[in-house]
Each structure stands twice: as C-alpha cells, then as structure tokens.
Design a protein around this ligand. Sequence first.
Ligand code: PMP
Length: 407
Amino acid sequence: MGFNPEDIRADFPILQTKVYGKPLVYLDNAATTQKPKSVVDTICGNYYAQNANIHRGVHFLSQRATEAHEEARKTVQKFLNAKSAREVIFTRGTTEAVNLVASSFGKAFCKEGDEIVVSQMEHHSNIVPWQILQSDRGVSLKVIPFDEKGVLQVDKLNDLLTERTKLVAVAHVSNTLGTVNPVKEIVRMAHERGIPVLVDGAQSVPHMKVDVQDIDADFYVFSGHKIYGPTGIGALYGKEEWLDKLPPYQGGGEMIKNVSFEKTTFNELPFKFEAGTPDYIGSTALAEAIRYVEAIGMDNIARHEQALLKYATEKLSQIENIRFIGEAENKSGLVSFLVGDIHPYDLGAILDKLGIAVRTGHHCAEPVMKAFGIEGTVRASFGIYNTLEEIDILAAGVERAARMFRR
Ligand code: PMP
C-alpha cells in the first residue's frame, strides 16, 4: 500500500476513542477528517507563542504572525501549483469561496438572460450561490446530467454551452457518488468558447494530486477541514487575470488601500478579497496539514484509498440486496449504498452502536437523490488512517443490520 496506516493512526489521538465500548471506526471523512497532533499543536503553539493581529503591526509578534500567514499562503500555492501566491485567497472554506466567485463574478459579468452551467451531482454549495445569482441578476442555470452509474455525460456539455454561458461550475469529485469528473476535458471544452470554469475541489484535494495549471481551471476551491486541517479555513485559487477583474466580495479593513468619505481605493491581490482580520491561526494550521499529507505523498494516499475502495466494494457486494449509488469506473474512496428497503438512517444508527461512524441522508446533494428516486444513502468515506480491518468491521456491521431487518 506504500505506507502503513497503523503508523499514521498513531498521529491521530481521536482514533483511540471508544464508542459504546467499541473501537471507533471513523468512515465519515467526506464530511470532515480528523486532525493529526501536528495540526492541533500548530494551533496551540500559535496561540501560546505568536498570537498578534497580522499585517498592520510593526511589533515583533505581529511580524512573526504575518510571516507565518504569508508562508501558509505560499504552501497552498505550491500545493496546488498555482503560478503566484497572489492567486490564493483564504476563505472560510469551499462554501464561502463559491459564494465569493458567484457574488463578485455575477456583479461584474452577469446580466438577465445569461447562463451558468453546473452539474447534476453538485453539492448544494455549488448550486445555491448560483441560484442566488439567478434571483439577483436573472441568470438561468443549466445542468450537465449524469447516467445511471453516476458518470457525468460530458458529451452533452457542448449542447449546453451557448453564447449566453458565462461560467461552468463543476465538482472535481462528487461527495455522494464518488465519481471523479474529467475536469481537464470540461475546462478544455469551455475554454474553446472562452468560458471560464470553477472547479469544486472539496473532495479531490484531500485524496489526489491536484495541479491547477495542468487542469487550467480559472477558479479552484477547497476546504481545510477535509484535508486534516482545521475548520473555518479554506482557499479560493483564481487566475490572477480573473481575480484582477472581479470586484471585492466584502468591504472592511485590510482589503483597502485608502479610505475617505469621498473615495475608497481597494488593495491589491490577494488582500482585495480578504476583508477583516483573517484566520491567521487557521491558515498556518492548514499549511501544517498540507505538509503532513505531502510528507506521506499524495500518490501514496490515492493508492491506499483506492485499495480501500476496491476492498470495500468487493466485501459489501456480498451483502444480499445491497445497491450501490455511484458506480463510475473512476471513483474516489467512498461508497454510497442502500440495503433492501432499510432506511439509511436506521442502518446508520445500528452501525453507530457498533462504533462505526458513517453518514446517512442526502449529503447536501438532493438533486442526486432525486435522480435515483431515493431519499438518501449510507455513505462510508475513507481517509489516510483507515484500514482493511475497518472495512471488515463495516461489512460485518452492515450484514448484521441487514439480518436484523430480514427477520
Ligand atoms: N463541495 C463538496 C463536493 C463537498 O463535499 C462539500 C462538503 N461536504 C462542500 C462543497 C462544502 O464544503 P464546506 O462545508 O467545507 O464549505
């Protein structure tokens, strides 16, 4: 597998938790990941040793905190292979990053009758901000459908792109189906018509090597808490030429050059989009999380999680009446499923009693549920510390629950 998950588990104190006397089996990584000690230590260390508001201070602590925050930006830049640190805007996470683009891009470029293309498998956070733009600006949404296996029908994209299309917004990896979308191809198709693309990388960045220049995305967004970093911090990558053209998202301190009651001028990138005191503790902890996964190696992580996916799919397939939701060839490490007519919530509640943490419900992707004619699924999503033994425990737990309901 390229590395030993047992060594990695030792870095995550929470994995020693007992749930109802049983060892915790944490399979809810698509919702959020656990944090290694080094990330938690970075947060504590910053508060203990170098807490001061950044950018504006001449004093020692402020300079130190500023350097750490700007170093963190460079860490994100290198991690995504962005051309410049000016192209990395810290946000609260994926959701805020999409809202930033929808709001600023919408103000600058969208008018009544324009169109935004999204996919049928988007998380609500890559649908609702565009719907807000719909009511604010009168744009309409067009949707790339997926097939019965949960594979995006990219060949339909050409018909959806028109001279009114202003932007395409699509997930790199579906949080519900696990499908890895051919974002490079989608970008190429959109760019042929001069249309920019936003890629939601919430479920890709933690699990595979992402190179924004190679994908050629105009905007790429992700959340720190899904990549073993803290909550409340994430990033928007945007090509400089686009970010330069967008108006600020929020007004306040730091995002300005000069303020008077007659005229205010805005700061340069990236500060133009970072109003107020930024989460400089979160940014440095996110950088530590990135160093942590890079030390393991993104290719090793991808290989490990693919092995877990393959094993989980084989094991769970043996369960009578199991139905997988999302059967794309190219999948990330998660399985969404239903067993017979057992309600996902009931299945999840039984698994919980066995110490197994899975997510149940619509996973903030109601259009996916609608397409399959279901209310929800059970989702087990894998991370770097999961093991084949944990998959055995999951499969045994699902089998046990299924037997209880068969009776
Ligand atoms: N997009 C996708 C694909 C996601 O999986 C999630 C989180 N479930 C989000 C967006 C939203 O991320 P956040 O809540 O961290 O802003």
